[in-house]
Write a protein that binds this ligand. Structure first.
Ligand code: ADP
Ligand code: MG
Length: 630
């Protein structure tokens, strides 16, 4: 073992700096917190190269005397506490006096600062912890601090910085959190000299969210106000009509500090159980206020995490507040829009839930009732697919007409690559006499949603949308290259952000491989010129945005895995959009075609989202209901 040597103070400080400053967003956080602690009402942030080149924060706060301006870069130099006991009753963000000294150890700094009643301010550079170019300067009161060349002297750490896109994303998230936390402060954020966000003070959280996201969002927000056991929750959450493709819009502010806490996110999502489709996430901003003694803010070097004395109670409070908020909102919506018929009380319908039940029992969780696991138990899942047989000797006519557009496209598209099945799909199955006795037989469509098939041993019910979705998904997943691309007569133009554009460029092949031919036509505009044949009717803007959301969520994965994940989701989404819907009227031919195709695909028992494609009710079950059997 080599001999022990004490590190030089400079080296020790560089190492210690890593605790506080790991990436540009950490620097932004420390500087903005200092501006807030200094009582600023306006904070402007300028970033270059995702913070790798420059992070500059300009505030109109208290400023510093020239003496303090030098002192603030010393280790453990703070104006905020003098004794550790004060930690438990702290009104400021800072308290350790470590941020500026850590930042100064790994960057070059220019500081300009002036106190409000001082005639002049002071400006100097701090290079390798040495002050240079000191001068008195006439300037506005407040502090302007510019951090250049972060980690210039710690190459190992610099190497670990992520792509500009990822680092910039972190800064944006942090900025959003500050804006949500401090509504009365005017924040702005610039990247590479362009203004990205400008958020003047606002009166309420919904308006703040509109400034940060888009103005249409306010109508989909539900206010939350809830108190339990000394824990106060206040904020907004998005309603069931809103869904994002990532978790990046879940903000928790604990006693006015933004915390990244996975557990709180999970509790919130539990409150949304059965309200949002799988893979969709809400937007939420919750201020959690509780006694300072109930939460430890000093467990993380960058104060990003907090520890609750009773975490379970906090989680439960969040879950309940969200669930109740959503329920109240939903039941108010239903009361508003539904004209009620007296509920029918047929005994065999006892498991279905009428709108009347929703609105007359506002406290029940309405959407839970639709959970597939709530379907009555006396049905055996999917015992019949393997028994389904296409009638090979169809006594058919050629006078087929196909009405439902999406199915027509579907049948036409499959015709080209599947001669045998397409032949049969051009015929119409007229009635029972067309079917030989031991083959299955389509009784018809129930509620324009389910295909009913008579079977020797009972009744088989297929969900037309789920079934078609599975067929298309398997087709997309296994032979997507054979799916024809069609140029759009009216190409779709989409406005996207710089960040989205950069992502699109990086992953251009992923879109190309999925037959989405996209071209950039302006600094922030793209044009979708051609799409896979099934997609010509769908909302392409939504699909492209979804795909970008998925890429963002999985971008840390290795490229092959990233593409696999995004392809899976993209194919599921394309299949879902292109498939026939509940409510589409299907002809006998179309139903036959659907069932035939379903028989041949893999994973045919469920749709790509995991819902069953069909159910079997045995004759025995039916006879038991009619008391023919006991
Ligand atoms: P802490 O915030 O924990 O006190 P910092 O290293 O972040 O430690 O800052 C050291 C001190 O510098 C602060 O206590 C404060 O007195 C002063 N300071 C830093 N930034 C500002 C600012 N923007 N305006 C006024 N004073 C500041
Ligand atoms: Mg500080």
């Amino acid at each position: 073992m080599a001999r022990i040597k004490q590190l030089s103070p400079q080296e020790a400080q560089k190492i210690a700096a890593g605790e506080v400053v790991e990436r540009p967003a950490n620097v932004v956080k420390e500087l903005v917190e200092n501006s807030l602690d200094a009582g600023s009402t306006r904070i402007d942030i300028y970033i270059e190269d995702a913070g790798k080149k420059l992070i500059r924060v300009v505030d109109n706060g208290s400023g510093m005397s020239s003496e303090d301006a030098y002192l603030c870069f010393k280790h453990h130099a703070t104006s905020k506490i003098t004794h550790v006991d004060q930690l438990y009753n702290l009104a400021t963000f800072g308290f350790r006096g470590e941020a500026l000294s850590s930042i100064a150890a790994v960057s070059n700094i220019t500081l300009t600062t002036k106190e409000i009643d001082s005639p002049v301010g002071i400006q100097f550079n701090l290079e390798q912890l040495q002050a240079r170019n000191e001068q008195s300067i006439t300037c506005n009161h407040g502090t302007d601090i510019a951090i250049a060349d972060l980690f210039y002297n710690v190459p190992a750490r610099k190497k670990f910085l992520k792509s500009n896109d990822t680092e910039w994303r972190q800064i944006q998230l942090l900025f959003q959190a500050f804006c949500l936390d401090y509504k009365s402060i005017h924040f702005s954020l610039y990247h590479n000299n362009s203004l990205v966000y400008n958020c003047p003070p606002v009166a309420d959280l919904s308006t703040r969210i509109s400034q940060l996201y888009d103005h249409t969002i306010a109508a989909q927000l539900i206010p939350i106000q809830y108190e339990y056991n000394g824990i106060q929750l206040e904020g907004v959450i998005s309603s069931h009509t809103y869904g994002r493709y990532d978790r990046s819009a879940l903000f928790f502010l604990v006693n006015k500090r933004w915390v990244k806490n996975h557990i709180l996110g999970k509790a919130l999502l539990k409150g949304y159980a059965n309200v949002l489709p799988p893979d969709k996430y809400p937007l939420a901003c919750l201020h959690i206020t509780l006694d300072h003694a109930q939460v430890d803010i000093n467990i993380h070097p960058r104060k990003e995490e907090v520890q609750f004395l009773h975490p379970r109670i906090v989680e439960q409070t969040i879950q309940t507040a969200v669930k109740e908020g959503l329920e109240k909102h939903l039941s108010a919506q239903l009361k508003k829009t539904v004209t009620l018929q007296p509920a029918q009380t047929s005994p065999w319908r006892s498991s279905s839930v009428s709108m009347q039940q929703f609105s007359s029992q506002p406290n029940m969780a309405p959407l839970e009732s639709f959970n597939p696991s709530n379907i009555p138990v006396s049905i055996n899942e999917m015992t019949s697919f393997d028994k389904l047989r296409m009638n090979k000797e169809i006594n058919a006519t050629r006078n087929a007409t196909i009405h439902a557009e999406p199915v027509e496209a579907y049948i036409k598209s499959l015709k080209a690559d599947d001669e045998i099945t397409s032949q049969s799909s051009l015929f119409i199955l007229r009635s029972t006499e067309c079917v030989s006795k031991d083959e299955f037989h389509i009784i018809g469509q129930l509620h324009k949603t389910y295909i009913l098939i008579e079977e020797k041993e009972g009744l088989f019910i297929v969900d037309q949308h789920a079934a078609h979705e599975r067929i298309l998904y398997e087709q997309f997943a296994s032979r997507f290259e054979q799916v024809p691309t069609i140029p759009l007569l009216f190409p779709t133009v989409i406005t996207i952000t710089d960040r989205e554009l950069a992502m699109l460029e990086r992953h251009h092949t992923l879109f190309k491989d999925n037959h989405l031919i996209i071209e950039q036509i302006g600094s922030q505009q793209i044009m979708v010129q051609a799409v896979p044949v099934h997609l010509k009717e769908i909302n392409l803007e939504e699909l492209i945005r979804q795909a970008l959301g998925w890429i963002e969520e999985h971008e840390q994965l290795e490229e092959r895995l990233l593409y696999q994940k995004v392809n899976e989701k993209l194919h599921a989404q394309m299949a879902c959009k292109a498939a026939v819907k509940a409510g589409d009227i299907l002809t006998q031919t179309q139903m036959q075609k659907l069932l035939t195709d379903l028989q041949t695909v893999a994973n045919r028992f469920t749709c790509p989202h995991g819902r069953p494609t069909g159910w079997n009710i045995s004759l025995y079950e039916i006879e038991k209901k009619f008391k023919r059997k006991v």
